[in-house]
Write a protein that binds this ligand. Structure first.
Ligand SMILES: [Zn+2]
Length: 85
């Protein structure tokens, strides 16, 4: 019945992004928070290190696994959309 934790993290499409500080600080919020909040944290703060172009998400998935989490991916995709082309 339960989703795998990793699978839910990887689905960045389900997250809405709020820009807190210009290009540096974002909050990824799950778009179906009312269903999720019963068992899972639904908001994650993602910091962008401009000098190194690295992402740091408070969920700690990257530190744990070495893969970018859905929240950081969402920020990456959004930034490319804004700055690219
Ligand atoms: Zn994350």
């Amino acid at each position: 019945m339960f989703e795998q934790f990793g699978a839910s993290l990887c689905d960045s499409r389900q997250y809405l992004l709020e820009e807190v500080k210009d290009g540096e600080l974002f909050i990824a919020r799950h778009s179906r928070a009312t269903e999720k909040e019963k068992w899972c944290k639904v908001m994650f703060q993602v910091r962008v290190h401009k000098a190194t172009d690295l992402f740091e998400c408070e969920c700690g998935f990257f530190e744990h696994s070495g893969f970018l989490c859905g929240h950081a991916l969402k920020v990456g995709v959004t930034r490319e959309g804004v700055t690219g082309g």
